[in-house]
Design a protein around this ligand. Structure first.
Ligand code: 5GP
Ligand code: ZN
Length: 134
């Protein structure tokens, strides 16, 4: 993917504020952080999103996310942490190279990352349960 910005960053062709690097991943600071220390986990191998990501990479990415979470808590003394991973424009993905957001959270950070809960009936829940499990 010669025109993918995260490919270039992951491979070190474009400089970034790198927190960690190994053979398969680079972890960088997000240029538009929603909180102090907001980081992105980038696989070096291009995959547009979770649907295209090899299972092995998905597993390794989550292990790395856990490591980064521990580091954020130890070093930045965050009070909490969000992992966020968007797939597709509808879901808020703006860069089409798989990445996991690691977002340290602080009591006074003023951010509200969350969803508006729906109020489905039992029938509606059952309908979707059947659809998914069929
Ligand atoms: P998405 O919305 O696709 O889940 O997240 C893309 C993220 O990448 C955004 O939080 C945005 O701030 C960040 N971003 C976009 N371009 C760059 C860049 O060139 N360098 C870095 N470090 N972050 C970027
Ligand atoms: Zn890419």
């Amino acid at each position: 993917m010669s025109d993918c910005i995260f490919c270039k960053i992951a491979k070190g062709e474009i400089p970034s504020k790198t927190l960690y690097e190994d053979e398969n991943f680079r972890v960088i600071l997000d240029l538009g952080p929603v909180a102090r220390g907001h980081a992105l986990i980038l696989p070096k191998e291009h995959a547009a999103n979770l649907f295209e990501l090899p299972e092995e990479t998905a597993a390794a990415a989550f292990v790395l996310a856990k490591k980064m979470a521990g580091i954020m808590r130890e070093k930045l003394k965050c009070d909490g942490l969000n992992l966020l991973q968007n797939n597709g424009e509808t879901a808020g993905q703006t860069v089409n190279h798989f990445h996991i957001h690691v977002i340290p959270r602080y009591q006074e950070d003023g951010q509200h990352i969350g969803f508006v809960p729906g109020e489905p009936s039992q029938e509606e829940l059952e309908e979707v349960r059947k659809e998914i499990t069929a």
